[in-house]
Design a protein around this ligand. Sequence first.
Ligand code: C5P
Length: 417
Amino acid sequence: MDIPDRCEALRGARVVLGVSGGIAAYKAVEVCRRLMDAGAHVSPVLTRGATRFIAPLTFSALASEPARTTLYDGPEPIPHTRLGQDADLVVVAPATARLLGSYAAGISSDLLTATLIATRAPVLVCPAMHTEMWEHPSVVENLAVLRRRGVHVLDPEAGRLAGGDAGKGRLASPAAIVEAATAILGSKLSLLGVRALVTAGGTREPLDPVRFIGNRSSGKQGHAIADELARRGAHVVLITTTDRQGPPGAEVVRVGTASEMERAVLAHRDCSDVVVMAAAVADFRPKVAAATKIKKGDGVPDIVLEATPDILAALGATPVAGQLLVGFAAETAGSREALLGAARSKLAAKHVDLVVANDVAAPGVGFSHDTNEVIIVGADGSSTDVPLTSKTAVAGAVVDAITARLSPPPHTSKELT
Ligand code: C5P
């Protein structure tokens, strides 16, 4: 079980690699390759100018996703918001004077600038241009604006430029760019050393060898939380009923029934700083599962149900000192007040620290959707509304709430640069 360190910061990180139109665009291929080698999920975005210097196909062949070049004509209706929201980091290499100017002015005239403006992830820009342009007051001022806003800037080097010129303005080396990206993401590893146990998916309770009682849970939200915890440096044990991939470095335990999930949770809970019960565990199961397939010809069977173990309630009843317990409440509440009420009852009944409540009857919310809308309710009386957004963004809000409550607070790492 490896606990990720700073060098692992890129593993599993979602990186948008923006490429704008300068001769150094060819070096972005090497940046892409190095990011991939470090385990990042790379989504390339090329400006129209970049495509004059280097083919999108080159990036499509090397990256995790095909290269995107346009706001309008691709398969996704609004690619920039998806890219911006899901990114852990946006790297622009090379960043031209035009790109820096548009970004500083908030002009989203193409997919790359729109993504830059749509993201809350850290951004690293790596300018490359002729010395005259690099020293022009407009570029100097635009970069000062961006730096003030927290954008990371990797200055160009001095050296040979296009057209036989020499001077400051040559794109930083791909190695330096990837090192800067690692340092930025490394500084986000706020949960290094934290051990997290997460459950995900819906349990299946067998009626016979081929049939089961189940629910519509896809496991997407639980997996997104596990991914986010891992991305911030936590060591994750993920107990899942799905065949989805777990986060890199996580220990993944696959289970089917509530009893199997209970066994796995109890085996791991003592050494966990936080337990997130995101799984939709069945509340009832057939008292007897037939050993052979129930035959239609034998008539309609009487199925007697019994309660499953309430795993979360059991954890709440036998607390581990310093451990944070997070439960979920999937309700068909109908109103925010009713949802909040249900979440508060669950908090008290199961003795947990946080309940993430959603109204699964609302459009786009909960089971099987890629989006969710939740209220994060704390035993301290707090409540945080997360309006309809991606499950990745909801996971971010849940992990923020966890981080704020961990005791002792997780260590805060410092930037390398
Ligand atoms: O009581 P209810 O099923 O609505 O509670 C939901 C929460 O309790 C979720 O966090 C779920 O993972 C957990 N749970 C459990 N064991 C059960 C049923 C639910 O741990 N048998």
